[in-house]
Structure formats: C-alpha cells, structure tokens
Design a protein around this ligand. Structure first.
Ligand code: IPM
Ligand code: MN
Length: 363
C-alpha cells in the first residue's frame, strides 16, 4: 500500500527517536512492498524558532493531507518564559484539536525481559498489561474561562455528557478485545465535573453488560497502580488525570522511554511516544527509541490497517529486549539480570529492531 505520513520530529530527543522509528518503518515498507512517504514539518520550539509559532500553517496543511501523523516531542526550556497559549506545548495541543483526536490510547505492558528494570518488585509488576484511555480534547486543558491576573489565576475543568460518552465508548469497545474490565477514574467526591463523568460512564457501562465496570477515585488509583497494578485492564479518565497517571504507570514497565501512544477519534491518527523532549539527554545518543518505535506499530495497526506488520514490529522489539539489549534508561536494578545486559545507543537499538524484523519469524 501507499501511505503518506506527516513527520514532525519536534524538540529535544524527538528527532533522534524519530530517526529510528523511520528506519524501522522503512524496513517494514521494503520487506512488505509498501510505499511510505514521510512529509516532514516543524512543530514546537523548532517551529517557533523558524516560523515564529509552534504550529505553523504549513505544518497544519501537511498533517491534514497525510494518512497519519507521527510526532517526536515538543518542549524547549528556552521558551518556558512564553505565556500559555504561545508555548512549544501549544503546538501539540493545537494539533490534537486540529485533527479532532479525542481519544489517547496509552498501553503499558510489562515485558518479562524487563521485570527487573521496574523500581517495583518483580512479583507486583509481572503480567501487567493495561491501557489508559485518556480524554484528550476537553477538561481543564481547554476549559474557559482561564486566565492569569495580578493576584490570582484560574482554569476551568468542564466536560459535557457527550464528551464523556464518546470517550467511555472507546474504552468499553477496547475492553471487548482485551480482558473486559473498565475502571473509570475521577474525583467525584469533590468535583462536579467528576460527578457527571461518573454518572455518564455508569450509563455507558449498561450498554456493555459483558464488560465489568468500576469507578475509582484518582488518588486511590494512583496508589493502586503501585500496590496492585495487575488488577487493571482498561482505565478511562479525563485529560489531566490521564496525563499524570500515564507517567506514573510508565514506571511499571521500567521506563517512560518505552511507552507509545495513539491519539484517535478524528480522520487522521496522531502517534507519539509518551515521553517528552528530555532536553537533559538530547543529542547524546542515549534516548530510548522504543517508545517511538512502538508508536510506529500503533500507527501500522490503527491508521494503516496493517496488523500483521504491527505484530512483526512488536515481536522484533520483544526479541531485542529478551536478548538483553538496553538503552541506559532500562538498566536493571538487580544483579540477577545485570550480567546479561548489553547497553546500546539510540541508533544501535533502532538498527537491532530492524535486524530482527528482517529475520524469519522462527528465530
Ligand atoms: C503528554 C504531554 C503533553 C500533555 C504536553 C507536552 C502538552 O505531557 O502528551 O503527555 O500534557 O498532554
Ligand atoms: Mn504527559
């Protein structure tokens, strides 16, 4: 098949990890006779630098004329002084809005090879396989009024029933392809917006009698994710809670650098690693490209409808990890695994994944 992918490396480690994701997609294309075109454009700090704004019109046009969009990261301390609305981060927030992607899928899978990379005990993280379904276009991120005055500042957490219903449906439908358990996370003991969230998710749950449903307060969920993470299958929550809980949950897997994400709901899906621009390690060749590479697998599955290719890619990642290859963020915390580890660079990790994709399945 032919596909055009909007390619937005962005800031910090973004370009480094995207280089590897691209290497991998190119191998998939040549192995399976697909033609992928990568349409590059600027977003975030690099876009502010070159065009004076974080999401220039040219970038918007490229994204809107692509079959899917792939993004590295946005965020540059150089522009931290800019007011909300004009920051690097607005490039991403505006892009999500532009594409209408209200559902952000963030899977967290603990690979057997990495149980010792998690700071948590191996018996608590073993077998964890959950997915956070984060509402992406509403809540306190976008609610108005918002503002900052001399002595006070304010934001508004607001959700309509329709917004909650559509994200809840995504979660329940997804659960049907998994272990059929949905946990909705809110703060309904304090916030009205959460009362509506809880009620609405409860109503949607009735349309999915085959899926087990519970609601949980966000503070409790933050604790349960550490205490007993394997209990979760699908977690559905609002924009801000989803942002926070997904960073927390990433440590179950060993590193934020591993986590992929897909933002769907509109016509054009947006794929990006969950990690940020990590300016402290940018340019050193040590960033973990696996979050980006796994996001490429999500792109193959969700936007290009190439599930076989996606599986091939995921298997290659598993093989590379089980052979002991690690970027520095994945260093094992126990001596048991340390002896088998081989620390590699960003580029080497990308090349290893390519090598394993090229190998016949039996290896
Ligand atoms: C994320 C990021 C973004 C968010 C920032 C960069 C705007 O933290 O994708 O999780 O808060 O959504
Ligand atoms: Mn985040």
């Amino acid at each position: 098949m032919k596909a055009r992918i909007g390619w937005l490396p962005g800031d910090g480690v973004g370009p480094e990890v995207l280089r590897e994701a691209r290497r991998v997609l190119e191998v998939i294309a040549s192995e399976q006779n697909h033609e992928f075109e990568f349409a590059e454009a600027d977003i975030g700090g690099v876009a502010i630098e070159r065009h004076g704004e974080p999401l220039p019109k040219a970038t918007q046009d490229i994204c809107l004329s692509s079959d899917a969009v792939f993004l590295g990261a946005v965020g540059d301390p150089k522009y931290d002084h800019l007011p909300p609305g004009k920051k690097c981060e607005n490039g991403l927030l505006d892009l999500r809005k532009l594409l209408g992607n209200y559902a952000n899928l963030r899977p967290v899978t603990v690979f057997e090879a990495l149980v010792d990379s998690s700071p948590l005990r191996r018996d608590s993280v073993r077998g964890v396989d959950l997915i956070i379904v984060r509402e992406l276009l509403g809540g306190i991120y976008f609610g108005s009024p918002r503002g900052i005055e001399e002595t006070q500042a304010f934001n508004t957490e607001i959700y309509t029933r329709d917004e909650v219903r559509r994200i809840a449906r995504v979660a329940f439908k997804l659960a049907r392809h998994r272990r059929r358990r949905v946990t909705s996370v809110d703060k309904a003991n304090v916030l009205e917006s959460s009362v509506l969230w809880r009620e609405t998710c409860g109503e949607v749950a009735k349309q999915f009698p085959d899926v087990a449903f519970q609601s949980m307060y966000v503070d409790n969920c933050a604790m349960q994710l550490i205490a007993k993470p394997a209990q979760f299958d699908v977690i559905v929550t609002n924009n801000m809670f989803g942002d926070i809980l997904s960073d927390e949950a990433s440590m179950l897997a060993g590193s934020l650098g591993l986590l992929p994400s897909a933002s769907i709901g509109g016509k054009i899906g947006l794929y990006e690693p969950v990690h940020g621009s990590a300016p402290d390690i940018a340019g050193k060749g040590i960033a973990n490209p696996l979050g980006a590479i796994s996001s490429a697998a999500m792109l193959l599955e969700h936007s290009l409808e190439l599930p076989r290719e996606a599986t091939k890619l995921e298997r290659a990642i598993l093989k590379v990890l089980s052979r002991g290859y690690r970027t520095p963020d994945l260093k094992s915390r126990t001596s048991r695994e340390k002896s088998k580890e081989r620390i590699v660079s960003t580029k080497e990790m990308g090349e290893l994944v390519c090598d394993y994709i090229r190998m016949p399945d039996a290896t």
